[in-house]
Design a protein around this ligand. Structure first.
Ligand code: AP5
Length: 209
């Protein structure tokens, strides 16, 4: 498959980064690090970081770079491999990552905005293990219950239509420019994120090879 061990998944909200990162991490034996999942857990536990970041997330805005970079640095420093999902999201974060642990491959998942809204409106997530479902394309066997761990399935607070649109705008303005950042470094691979989860996964594998 691939010898790359420091991989970034880029893409709009709902493009499938979390879904594909979970599969890829299992296949490659790498740790999956999702800044969104980490932040939501901090909010749930009511930690200082959670309290500092909740209002940004609820609005669909980015959390300030310094909080995110410190949070990521402690998790990836000294690791020999990882799949990053949701980080970096600004040029400042990408520059910080180059200092901490230079990445070897960047996969950009491409999905049109109307498909993003359709997928996110039907997303449900296990509040215990984080497994991602979709009521239309990948529903659980029992309504509201996680197939893997029996946990409760919930809708994310930021999956409301008006917040989804805000997240998409923030992505276009602040994160999309990272494609050029990584293209210039020869690390970017574009992947069509339409089609089934399996089809997208096969394209990612091919792009990593
Ligand atoms: P985060 O949690 O990272 O949200 P996001 O980037 O908006 O991405 P999502 O998790 O919404 O989507 P995804 O691409 O992972 O798609 P998924 O696989 O779930 O960030 C949340 C917030 O935290 C941010 O708004 C910000 O405030 C803050 N934050 C996080 N990182 C930050 C950073 N670095 N800097 C600053 N702030 C930060 O799939 C979506 C749905 O589609 C699911 O239902 C899934 O089942 C379905 N699906 C997936 N693939 C397919 C397919 N091929 N066909 C059909 N359905 C599919």
């Amino acid at each position: 498959m691939t010898s790359a061990r420091r991989i970034v998944l880029l893409g709009a909200p709902g493009a499938g980064k979390g879904t594909q990162a979970q599969l890829l991490a299992a296949k490659l034996g790498l740790v999956h690090i999702s800044t969104g999942d980490i932040l939501r857990e901090e909010v749930r536990r009511g930690t200082e970081l959670g309290n500092q970041t909740k209002e940004y997330m609820d609005r669909g805005d980015l959390v300030p770079d310094e909080l995110i970079v410190a949070m990521i640095a402690e998790r990836i420093r000294d690791r020999d491999g990882f799949i990053l999902d949701g980080f970096p999201r600004t040029t400042a974060q990408a520059e910080a990552l180059e200092e901490i642990a230079p990445v070897e491959r960047v996969i950009n998942l491409q999905l049109p905005e109307e498909e993003v809204v359709r997928r996110l409106s039907a997303r449900r997530v296990c509040e215990d293990c984080g497994k991602i479902y979709n009521l239309i394309t990948s529903p659980p066997q029992r309504e509201g219950v996680c197939d893997e761990c029996g946990g409760r399935l919930i809708q994310r607070d930021d999956d409301k239509p008006e917040v989804i649109r805000r997240r998409f705008r923030v992505y276009t303005e602040e994160t999309a420019p990272l494609k050029d950042f990584y293209r210039q470094r020869g690390l970017l691979r574009e992947v069509d994120a339409t089609g089934t989860v399996e089809e997208v996964f096969n394209r990612i594998e091919a792009a990593l090879a």
